[in-house]
Write a protein that binds this ligand. Sequence first.
Ligand code: NAI
Length: 318
Amino acid sequence: VQQTLTVCVTGAAGQIAYSFIPLLLSGQVFGQVKINLRLLDIPKMETALKGVVMEIEDCAYPLIGDIQTGSNPKELFKNCDLIVFLGGFPRLPGMERKDLLQKNANIFKEQGEALQEVGKDDVKCVVVANPANTNCLILSRYATKIPRQNFTCLTRLDQNRAYAQVALALNKPLNSLKNIIIWGNHSTTQYPSIEHATADGQSFVLPDQGQFIERIQKRGAEVLNARGNSSVFSAANAVKDHIKDWFNGREDTLLSLGVLSNGEYGVQSGLCFSYPIRCLGAFKYEIVGNLELSDFSKQKLKVTEEELIQEQGLAESI
Ligand code: NAI
């Protein structure tokens, strides 16, 4: 073990955290790197967090450093190299989308202010809690000292889902596929695209592209309906993939993560938009900004961009 990283997980008493923490501490995200862990949740989850810590101890992970728990982001964000934002306000029955957006915008405003006050200047952020893109945008607005490239949101679950469905449709192994891209919002307006994808190095068409797009857009609801609960270990697995590839770099394929737009593909600058991304290693990446888009794709990008603009407006009205 050569290196130590300090990682904070918010929503640490929740479901995704329960699947993600074991991946992190068993070396599946950073390899043989020692992890100092910070677990943040709301005050009423304090006892539950203690239980999580007991289970971590009982795993006797060789990679664990020190552990701190609490409900104050200003204490727990100090000295962190990476923060994984899983904590958010859940959508309760009868709650409107607007209410959900504003509740979460308030949480991310507070956490952004905490980051600005106590965060390391080069801390990396991954926002998973929904609405992930807009939460990420709000976080970045309040933590202006941190470089904008350090803010990302999770669309890797959508990308993994898209790879799996294409592999099934073409009856090809997953590792024969490259460059399937998720564009835009992590929502039902996202555009899962095969326009630049290849299977065994060749471009391909799907038997029913419309059905594929809709399936990926609505996959979260499909899992929810079948399981009676939202996606959990597949989400934790995607968080692992997102961080691992962002940290290590990935030469062989384009990845999808939500990042702050600089206007690439005509998308409004400042929105947190899922793009084709080349991960270069050491948490560096570039947005691949020069792909040819069909009119069909351009129109799909517009739809998801418009939704993000609307979300931004609602979140800003807090
Ligand atoms: P969960 O409800 O089990 O856990 C959320 C945790 O966050 C709870 O323990 C709650 O007490 C905590 N929390 C609430 N407010 C907080 C605050 N202000 N600070 C710190 N913690 C706070 O939810 P689950 O299943 O773990 O999902 C977490 C989030 O991830 C949800 O918002 C969900 O919608 C989202 N999600 C995103 C996906 C993506 O692909 N981007 C995929 C699946 C889920």
